[in-house]
Write a protein that binds this ligand. Structure first.
Ligand code: FNR
Length: 379
């Protein structure tokens, strides 16, 4: 699918599926067990309706917002997703270039396939537009975790987000099935080593995906609120520290009580505990049970976002910013940096149009009065 025919984010998914190796497609698209959370992520946005206001002058629209410590042009960011080089040889560089071109934050995965140094360098060329944040997986080896923190700090990353929903990796059966099929195949006669450019690319993809399967091992399963303290201390700045993967009002409250200023609601794109709630449901729970969290913390959400209307709904309900994972992986897989830029442009255009149709000219004027949550809200 040519770039000119990619008119909405879902078009990039189709375009990516057509070009990705089976291995890469499987890794990007998979989710855990029955895909219940994965599907819920997408469906729940549709269960919120707007209450559009009319007869308002909507000529000028302001879409800027301070997000992840950065004056962002849009209320959205690139969520951390591992191994972008599986989809495109430039990998995460496509994401950093897109983020700097549109001046939005990019949260770099701790399992990225381009080094933090190379990403920081690619942003410097862009004269301070966009910003880089690090998503951190706490490893079993403390020294490894510490090394990532120190490097991110030295490179000027503006925020640290510790992923807390991954004491172990979720059961993603598409990945497991693919692996089992490969194992069966390799029991037969081995093909000769690749000599074509395509073959080399495939073997590169193979070796980096092997890392994914190795990655399943070394996460810390002992991480708890106490252990978090040394990570906060190592980072050294509470204002730019946050947790990713909060899924209940209780944990949001606990985080807020302990002085954490940034809370990222997510079910990891449906890839961890199946039947975990969508971030949208957790956001509603927080609104009902501990609304002070929305005042005291920067609350971020992600999962299943495919339209700017989804972003607007999240902001109406108190989120400060919205992340997208797969859509950007698909965009870079299909069309590299140009794909990522087009995806952000589409979201920007949709955002402007939908805000006007909703009768709102500034993100700060979005609020709960503009949405009907009755279908989703049990309270
Ligand atoms: C992820 N996600 C993720 N999260 C994280 O904290 N560290 C990581 O390395 C990864 N890696 C990763 C790889 C892939 C292929 C996917 C699809 C997702 C989760 C990610 O940050 C985000 O929470 C979800 O992707 C959001 O859902 P959508 O936008 O993909 O629906």
């Amino acid at each position: 699918i040519p770039l000119d025919l990619c008119l909405c984010l879902d078009d990039f998914e189709k375009a990516a599926k057509a070009v990705l190796s089976k291995r890469a497609w499987t890794y990007y698209s998979s989710a855990s067990e029955n895909l219940h959370s994965f599907r819920l992520n997408r469906q729940d946005w549709e269960r919120i309706l707007f209450r559009p206001r009319v007869l308002r002058n909507v000529q000028r629209v302001n879409m800027q917002r301070k997000l992840l410590g950065h004056h962002s042009n849009l209320p959205l960011f690139i969520a951390p997703a591992a191994l972008a080089r599986l989809g495109h040889p430039d990998g995460e560089l496509c994401l950093s270039r897109g983020a700097s071109a549109y001046n939005i934050p990019f949260v770099v995965s701790n399992a990225a396939s381009v080094s933090m140094e190379d990403l920081a360098e690619s942003m410097q060329g862009a004269k301070g537009r966009g910003c880089l944040c690090l998503q951190l997986y706490v490893k079993k080896k403390k020294s490894e975790t510490l090394a990532s923190i120190v490097r991110a700090k030295q490179l000027g990353f503006t925020a640290l987000l510790v992923t807390v929903d991954t004491p172990v990796v979720g059961k993603r059966e598409d990945d497991d099935r693919y692996k089992a099929e490969q194992a069966l195949e390799t029991q037969g006669p081995r093909p000769p080593p690749p000599v074509t450019a395509e073959g080399i690319q495939q073997s590169l993809q193979r070796s980096s995906t092997d890392e994914v399967f190795v990655l399943r091992g070394p996460y810390s399963s002992t991480l708890d609120w106490n252990e978090l303290a040394w990570i906060r201390e190592a980072w050294g700045d509470d204002e730019s520290f946050g947790l990713k993967g909060i899924a209940t009002a209780e944990d949001a409250h606990l985080a807020c009580e302990s002085g954490i200023k940034r809370i990222y609601l997510s079910n990891h794109g449906g890839r961890q505990l199946d039947s975990a709630p969508s971030a949208l449901r957790t956001l509603l729970e927080i609104r009902n049970l501990c609304p002070h969290v929305l005042q005291q913390c920067e609350v971020l959400v992600d999962g299943g976002v495919s339209r700017a209307t989804d972003i607007i709904k999240a902001l109406c309900l108190g989120a400060r910013g919205v992340g997208l994972g797969r859509p950007f992986l698909y965009a870079l897989s299909a069309h590299g940096t140009a794909g990522v830029c087009k995806a952000i442009q589409i979201l920007s255009d949709e955002l402007e149009t939908s805000m006007r149709l909703l009768g709102v000219v500034d993100l700060d004027h979005l609020g709960p009065h503009l949405v009907n949550t009755r279908e989703l809200d049990p309270f």
